[in-house]
Design a protein around this ligand. Structure first.
Ligand code: NAP
Length: 248
């Protein structure tokens, strides 16, 4: 079940957090991994070694997904190196949280550039490859705040809502080519991103979650494995919450 042997996955933001766990679980299922990070070489080195220990082909790439030209060159380089790419996981993301009253223009623009434009850049870069091969999987990391909104995250929640529109549009464009495009909407998952929240904010969040716990990176990676597998071949344009029920 959920066999990925012989497949190659590109995972952006694969050096730590949710992206790293997706890379590890894909490798457990036999996939070769090209993961992308930006700036933090130490984490990338550790992740690369952990993945190599699983006996699959692995390469890490440093690239800013917000850069259109660099993203196109990156995907070209990965295709050259791995031969064929089967799965793209657009997971890289950043936050610059502030109430709108004190958010400046650059804090809005930088989050849009990575979280939304970055997904356009990477998807555009792989689009023709998937069309030609007549197969492919694209998994976009949205968030429940793209569905519900969140005070202090006008920039971030806009990108995560935008990703839902992007996901459904590309799913409609590429459906006839046997390419599925889906979005995962995580709730509050324990990573460095949520470690940055204040204790007060964490308490408020926990009390609102019906399952009364934060999610683990494995909760997201398990779904990412399923969506990349043959077993999920008729699921497209879907947005799946993994959130302990908080946004139902
Ligand atoms: P994280 O721990 O902060 O990791 C972010 C990853 O993205 C890192 O690998 C980072 O690389 C990479 N990255 C950041 N900017 C980049 C850029 N410009 N180009 C390429 N890579 C870049 O984040 P996370 O918590 O695992 O979240 C992963 C995804 O899930 C994000 O899209 C996030 O919005 C979404 N999400 C998370 C939660 C949550 O509760 N954690 C909830 C909902 C949605 P470096 O280390 O090299 O900077």
């Amino acid at each position: 079940m959920f066999e990925l042997t012989g497949k190659t996955a590109i995972i952006t933001g694969g050096s730590r957090g949710i992206g790293k766990e997706i890379a590890l679980k894909y490798a457990d299922q036999g996939a070769n991994i090209a993961f992308v990070h930006y700036g933090d070489g130490e984490n990338a080195e550790v992740t690369e070694q952990e993945l190599l220990a699983k006996g699959v082909k692995v390469k890490s790439y440093e690239c800013n997904v917000a850069d259109f030209k660099a993203s196109a060159e990156l995907v070209e380089e990965i295709i050259k190196e791995f031969g064929e790419v089967h799965i793209l996981v657009n997971n890289a993301g950043i936050t610059r949280d502030k109430l709108m009253v004190s958010m400046d223009e650059s804090e809005f623009d930088s989050v849009i550039a990575v979280n939304l434009k970055g997904v356009f850049n990477m998807t555009k870069a792989i689009y023709r490859h998937f069309m030609k091969k007549k197969r492919g999987r694209i998994i976009n990391m949205s968030s429940i705040v793209g569905l519900t909104g969140n005070a202090g995250q006008t920039n971030y929640s806009s990108t995560k809502a935008g990703l839902i529109g992007l996901t459904k549009s590309v799913a409609k464009e590429l459906g006839s080519r046997n390419v599925t495009v889906n979005a995962i909407a995580p709730g509050f998952i324990k990573t460095e991103m949520t470690d940055a929240m204040t204790d007060k904010a964490k308490e408020a969040v926990l009390s609102a979650i019906p399952m009364k716990r934060m999610g683990q990176v494995e909760d997201i990676a398990n779904l990412a494995v399923f969506l990349a597998s043959d077993e999920a071949s008729y699921i497209t344009g879907e947005v799946i919450r993994v959130d302990g029920g908080v946004a139902m």
